[in-house]
Design a protein around this ligand. Structure first.
Ligand code: 5GP
Ligand code: ZN
Length: 142
């Protein structure tokens, strides 16, 4: 996509500090980090979000996250590492080219990745569970 910043960064057309690159992915340090060492993993081929990502790329992405994340844990000496990604504006996505955040965490760092807990209506959710199951079966029959 010609107007996508992450396409340009992934292709090396816009400079970035790259900590990992292969045929399909580039992992760069985030320009506005949540913590020291915050990185983002970008596929080189444009996909807006997880649901547009080809299955093969989605599977490879988690393997790259595992490999790069393990090295980051050692290099940054962090105590943990959040692997997360946002799909859609309502979920906090601001760049509409799929990416996975790798966020090193340090004990007591105060990085605010959290949510308020509510209560679950398990009877209503049983109906939703069945709907999800049916939809997946339908998609798999195609
Ligand atoms: P999102 O909110 O879409 O999940 O995350 C987008 C991330 O991309 C943010 O953490 C933001 O700081 C980062 N980002 C946006 N533009 C650039 C850029 O030009 N260079 C780099 N390195 N990171 C960027
Ligand atoms: Zn893109």
């Amino acid at each position: 996509m010609s107007d996508c910043i992450f396409c340009k960064i992934a292709a090396g057309e816009i400079p970035s500090v790259t900590l990992y690159e292969d045929e399909d992915f580039r992992v760069i340090f985030d320009i506005a980090p949540a913590s020291k060492g915050h990185a983002v993993l970008l596929p080189k081929a444009h996909a807006a979000n997880l649901f547009e990502l080809p299955e093969e790329t989605a599977a490879k992405a988690i393997l790259v996250a595992k490999k790069v994340g393990a090295a980051m844990m050692e290099v940054f000496g962090c105590d943990g590492l959040n692997v997360l990604q946002n799909n859609g504006e309502a979920a906090g996505q601001t760049v509409f080219h799929y990416h996975m955040h790798l966020i090193p965490r340090y004990a007591g760092d105060g990085v605010g990745i959290s949510w308020k807990t509510g209560s679950a209506d398990m009877d209503a959710l049983k109906v939703k569970a069945a709907e999800v199951g049916e939809l997946i079966k339908k998609a798999e029959r195609k």
